[in-house]
Design a protein around this ligand. Structure first.
Ligand code: PMP
Length: 295
């Protein structure tokens, strides 16, 4: 039976079936808002402070005033987890422009809506982690940095959804987006890495990719394991001919990519450096010094 979960909305807790917002909320009407996806592992919220920092950075760009301080926001997240007695969870933190009229002018929205959903985590199939996934570079370009770039984690995910639709209808597990110059940007909700001759490479965020927190962790772990990790443009040819490739993300964690547009990556199995990073990542997410304890 599903657990009764409480959802935080503007400082109050509502049982999941009654957790509702207005149809005049500009988060719904216009995708006007920002969010974070965060995970808790065995009672530790991994990189909570970094996620909160990114939320406030996103909000600053779209000129949305979050009414809570960062410390209050952290407490609200931890309290919601405690209220639901969760140790392992996926946390969705959402701040919308709030309720306004049917026009899109944000000045008509006096108060942001704040939502914290803490749900039980659905684990990714261990098969995907074991065997790796098959991805396709899609026609939908990542929104550029002078548009609704994914550098801001906004509620506008149509760009990623269009990518996912292409992966779905062509029978691939995941989509990879290019930037408008034809360089690899990222997955739909994951950053992308390749390994070439032992060097770990990820595209710069000037391709419109999100400054991923798992991306940052993967680069640091690569350094710790003695590898060089760099930000550099990646062409489709670089990807097709890479020794290894993998995605990183809060939900995805680290997932090997073994095929791109039917080109086999490396020998078609998850690469050895990718595997080492996955093992190191498993340890890091449970390290209390890498996150914030719930209890
Ligand atoms: N890119 C996009 C577009 C995303 O939505 C996400 C998920 N937040 C990522 C990359 C991975 O970022 P993170 O490691 O911070 O979850």
């Amino acid at each position: 039976m599903e657990k009764d979960l409480f959802i935080y909305i503007n400082g109050e807790y509502h049982p999941k079936p009654q957790a509702k917002v207005s149809v005049y909320d500009h988060g719904l009407l216009y995708g006007d808002g920002v969010f974070e996806g965060i995970r808790a592992y065995d009672g530790v919220v991994f990189k909570l402070k970094q996620h909160i920092d990114r939320l406030y950075r996103s909000a600053r760009v779209i000129m949305l005033d979050i009414l809570l301080t960062k410390a209050e926001m952290i407490n609200a997240v931890l309290e919601t987890l405690r209220k639901n007695n969760l140790h392992n969870a996926y946390i969705r933190l959402i701040v919308t422009r709030g309720v306004g009229d049917l026009g899109l002018d944000p000045r008509k929205c006096p108060k942001p809506t704040m939502i914290i959903i803490t749900d039980v985590i659905k684990l990714h199939s261990s098969e995907a982690k074991e065997k790796g996934i098959r991805a396709i570079i899609v026609w939908v370009k990542r929104d550029p940095v002078d548009a609704t770039s994914h550098e801001v984690k906004s509620l506008n995910y149509m760009n990623s959804i269009m990518g996912k639709i292409e992966a779905n209808i062509t029978g691939f597990d995941e989509a990879i987006c290019l930037d408008k110059n034809g360089h690899i940007s990222e997955g739909i909700a994951e950053n992308l890495f390749i390994v070439q001759k032992g060097v770990i490479i990820t595209p710069p965020t000037s391709t419109g990719a999100l400054v991923g927190i798992t991306r940052d962790v993967a680069m640091k772990l690569a350094g710790k394991l003695g590898y060089t990790a760099v930000e550099r443009n990646i062409t489709p040819t670089d990807l097709f001919t890479a020794d290894e490739a993998f995605f990183t993300g809060t939900a995805a964690e680290i997932v090997p990519i073994v095929e791109v547009n039917k080109r086999i990556i490396g020998n078609g199995n998850p690469g050895s450096i990718t595997r080492k990073l996955m093992q190191e990542f498993e340890k890091t997410v449970r390290d209390p010094t890498e996150g914030t304890p719930i209890y």
